[in-house]
Design a protein around this ligand. Structure first.
Ligand code: ADP
Ligand code: ADP
Ligand code: MG
Length: 449
């Protein structure tokens, strides 16, 4: 097993990894930017190295400095967390070239899945059902018109290098296509450094259902069931749960099998998530694969008892998975709310500043993953997510009641948060009945959008 791991991230996910390491008796190295010297992940790690100035591109995306920090401190492995370098094959390669183990899949698998259009082709070849759409990239305006009229509107333009809910445009009718194509190409080029797009049929009011996978470096795979992530605002997840109220044991088995088939086809190892859209008729379609730990992984940990981050570290060290498919049982129900520094009453404008006062919820079946504390100054440079509040209940109703109780206990003063907005979601009748789709927020939460 590794003796020392560097965590190439910040915020709650850096702390999540430090906690796993501490329980495994592995020493930790935090990296931080000049804006993050007071951050909790820095205080919690055994050692820390400042890797640059506040903007992410100079620090958390500063590859030479991060690799040097690992070499200087003698870290044998790097955990990338999510976002930043987690899905960049060049980073995984740089680690390998310096004899540092990248805690994630091989660079080749990251590369195959990171280009979303190519990932779909790979999935289709592996026999996984995909959302109908362009064959690979949109090659020209003419090509886009042809594909779209063949499928029928509405369609979606998606950046092949996109992520985090960005780089997506819905085109309702033919007369919008040319203009949207231009805007989407320009947006993708500036946001992701790659203007390439692909086109997809718009699935009507689907659910976002994703499968958590684990694979070791000896060819063993398990899936840990699904997460329901349909509660989204602007294609970004807000609240997630496990299991999904729409997934029967038979759908679960088929989705899990499809996800593992894809993983095998690309020689995948470590943790990964295969995202699907599930339509009203119980049919599911591959959307993309995230080749890293996900924000919402704790709901799966609650219902399966598997510590996903520890498994990531163990398999990266060459060990075999410590669970097999027959050991995996879904027990009870788990919900996660993303607590974000934003103002729902003011069009979700980001809120920065100092947290004057903070009191955390607790009690049975409650987990809080966060980097905030009383007196913490939220730097304006990074993701606005402050905390993940996760609960477990013996069934969905208990989980909802528990989450609602916890949100009412949660005190964060000095900045605006979406806590009251999350309460409104939980109180909604459709939500309570488990009648969900990705249209839930625009349909059911109107008036506050
Ligand atoms: P990202 O890489 O940003 O996560 P995804 O491809 O996973 O992008 O899509 C993000 C979200 O957009 C999905 O969770 C879903 O809500 C919506 N979406 C994506 N593709 C489609 C589609 N073809 N039809 C309907 N909704 C879609
Ligand atoms: P998850 O399914 O784990 O929630 P997300 O797609 O929401 O994954 O991404 C997790 C984090 O990474 C979010 O903070 C998101 O903004 C960020 N992220 C993911 N992909 C990208 C990308 N290509 N560019 C910028 N940020 C990204
Ligand atoms: Mg996605």
């Amino acid at each position: 097993m590794f003796k020392k791991i560097l965590i190439a991230n910040r915020g709650e996910i850096a702390i999540r990894v430090i906690r796993a390491c501490r329980e495994m008796k592995i020493a930790t190295v935090a990296i931080y930017s000049e804006a993050d010297s007071e951050s909790l992940h820095v205080r919690m790690a055994d050692e820390s190295v400042c890797v640059g100035s506040a903007p992410s591109k100079d620090s958390y995306l500063n590859m030479p400095n991060i690799i040097s920090a690992a070499l200087i401190t003698g870290a044998e492995a790097i955990h990338p967390g999510y976002a930043y370098f987690s899905e960049q094959p060049q980073f995984a390669e740089a680690c390998e070239a310096c004899n540092i183990k990248f805690i994630g899949p091989k660079a080749s698998a990251i590369e195959l899945m990171g280009d979303k259009a190519r990932a779909k082709e790979t999935a289709a070849k592996a026999g996984v059902p995909c959302i109908p759409g362009s064959k690979g990239l949109v090659k020209s305006e003419q090509d886009a018109f042809k594909t779209a009229s063949k499928m029928g509107y509405p369609v979606r333009l998606k950046a092949t290098a996109g992520g985090g809910g960005r780089g997506i445009r819905v085109v309702m009718a033919e007369d919008e296509l040319a203009a949207q194509l231009k805007i989407a190409t320009a947006e993708a080029a500036s946001a992701f450094g790659n203007g390439d797009l692909y086109l997809e049929k718009e699935i009507e009011e689907p659910r976002h259902v994703e499968v958590q996978l684990l694979g070791d470096e000896h060819g063993n795979y398990v899936h840990l069931g699904e997460r329901e992530c349909s509660i989204q605002r602007r294609n970004q997840k807000l609240l997630e749960e496990a299991p999904s109220t729409a997934v029967t044991p038979s759908i679960r088995a088929k989705m899990g099998e499809a996800a593992i088939k894809l993983a095998k086809a690309v020689g995948y190892s470590n943790a990964g998530t295969v995202e699907f859209l599930l339509d009203k008729h119980g049919r599911f379609y591959f959307m993309e694969m995230n080749t890293r730990v996900q924000v919402e992984h704790p709901v799966t940990e609650f219902v399966t008892g598997v510590d996903i981050v520890k498994e990531q570290i163990r398999v990266a060290a060459g060990e075999k998975l410590c669970v097999s498919q027959k050991d995996i049982e879904i027990n009870g129900h788990s919900i996660e709310c993303r607590i974000i520094a934003e103002d729902p009453a003011n069009n979700f404008a980001p809120s920065v500043g100092r947290i004057d006062h903070y009191a955390a919820p607790g009690g049975i079946g409650v987990r809080l993953d966060t980097h905030i504390y009383s007196g913490y100054d939220i730097p304006p440079y990074y993701d606005a997510m402050l905390a993940k509040l996760i609960v477990w209940g013996k069934d969905r109703n208990e989980a909802i009641a528990r989450m609602s109780r916890c949100l009412s206990e949660f005190e964060i003063d000095g900045i605006k948060t979406n806590i009251s907005y999350q309460q409104r979601i939980l109180a909604n009748g459709y939500f309570r009945r488990g009648e969900l789709s990705t249209a839930f927020i625009p349909r059911c939460m109107n008036g506050n959008e």
